[in-house]
Design a protein around this ligand. Structure first.
Ligand code: NAI
Ligand code: PHE
Length: 356
């Protein structure tokens, strides 16, 4: 996908080349309309710096609508650190400290948290330099990793989607293919297993698949290249973005797509392609809001565990409302979810932090 800065409707893009490591750091603040912009830090290799920028711009917009639909008093942003090698030890720490200084220089317009390639330990390092970070370890005064809440929200969303699409939310005997067995997928498979689902597992990292198969010997491993063509009831993408596109959608053999990955659709038209194929799609920015609800709820809004759990569980109800709207208006589920986000962003005033 080509870089289209003119087509980006965000507020601020900060880019820096980190001379000591050669990494490129990009922070995209998409919207501060409803409060400080919050979004995770993705650390990975990209084919080119342009690819990293395309990713950060797209992801930042997704965070604005995610936070709006979740009812959080936050805007949306994302950061990407495009590294050329896997950085560890003091080199990684020093890079994160320089990145944290960039966050600090934004004066509170951007708060970050974990995403692909970044961990709770990384948040602790960032937290040594700036307060504008979520999900530090409990020992460092944070609320810890939010991934289990992301997974819990996805489970609630899968159930709601099954209820709407197949008449029952019962997972017993349902075939669920989970793509990506990392922080979120690794927790999700345990929840699905407990609910009686028949699991199909895939990851590009064979060690992750092996570890999952040891935990859940009844599961079936699927080669990564077969992820989008294997028959199942529910396909749950929990890895990379752009997995739903004009190449993969015609080959999908599932009734439902419902997973945690951000930016699952490569382009807008993919939502209509899924609809035309009779596949019920849980919009990613709705179903994967559990982690940010947890991070912001626990650390900024003073929500109790019970309040957080209720909000995360409520993701299922939000999706049900979206599915009803989509049917009533004869539009895709992604378009129906965008309508809700748009309503929140245009009608509702920003909520002062701590009062929601
Ligand atoms: P992670 O980095 O811990 O795990 C991702 C897993 O996907 C890894 O095991 C990796 O080997 C695998 N993978 C990468 N490319 C793959 C491919 N082509 N096919 C199969 N497997 C592949 O990431 P995490 O935190 O679990 O996040 C997963 C997705 O969910 C990402 O898109 C992330 O942005 C999104 N997300 C994560 C949240 C969280 O709380 N961690 C919150 C909301 C969204
Ligand atoms: N990676 C998270 C997401 O995409 C971002 C995040 C989680 C930020 C928790 C802050 C707290 O939603």
């Amino acid at each position: 996908m080509a870089l289209d800065l003119e087509g980006w409707d965000g507020e601020e893009l900060v880019i820096r080349r980190d001379a000591p490591t050669g990494a490129w750091i990009a922070i995209a603040i998409h919207s501060t309309l409803r409060g400080p912009a919050v979004g995770g830090t993705r650390i990975r290799r990209y084919p080119s710096v342009s690819d990293a920028l395309v990713d950060v711009l797209r992801l930042s917009g997704g965070m604005t609508v995610k936070n709006a639909v979740a009812g959080l008093p936050c805007g949306g942003a994302k950061a990407v650190i495009a590294v050329s090698t896997d950085l560890i030890g003091s080199q990684r720490e020093a890079l994160l400290e320089r990145y944290a200084a960039m966050i600090e220089s934004l004066g509170g317009r951007f708060d970050t948290g974990p995403d692909i390639g970044s961990t709770e330990a990384d948040m602790d390092v960032i937290g040594n330099v700036t307060e504008h970070v979520f999900c530090r370890s409990r020992a460092a005064g944070g609320s810890g990793t939010a991934s289990p809440w992301t997974a819990a929200g996805v489970l609630s969303g899968i159930r709601a989607t099954l209820r709407h699409g197949m008449g029952s939310e019962d997972l017993n005997g349902r075939r669920v293919l989970v793509q990506g067995l990392g922080e979120v997928g690794g927790v999700l498979i345990g929840l699905l297993h407990r609910a009686g689902a028949r699991l199909l597992l895939t990851d590009t990292d064979p060690a992750r698949v092996e570890a999952a198969m040891v935990r859940l010997p009844d599961a079936e491993a699927v080669p990564p290249e077969d992820a989008t063509s294997t028959e199942c009831d529910v396909f749950a993408p929990c890895a990379i973005g752009g997995i739903l596109n004009s190449d993969t959608i015609p080959g999908l053999r599932c009734s439902i797509v419902a997973g945690a990955a951000n930016n699952q659709l490569l382009e807008k038209a993919d939502a209509d392609r899924l609809r035309a194929a009779g596949i019920l799609y849980a919009p990613d920015f709705v179903i994967n809001g559990g982690g940010i609800i947890r991070g912001v709820g626990a650390e900024r809004l003073g929500w109790t565990d019970a309040q957080i759990d209720a909000r995360v569980e409520g993701i299922g109800e939000t999706l049900q409302a979206i599915y009803r709207d989509a049917e009533r208006l004869d539009i895709s589920t992604a378009a129906a979810a965008m309508r809700i986000a748009h309503e929140v962003l245009t009608a509702a005033p920003p909520i002062p932090a701590g009062i929601a």
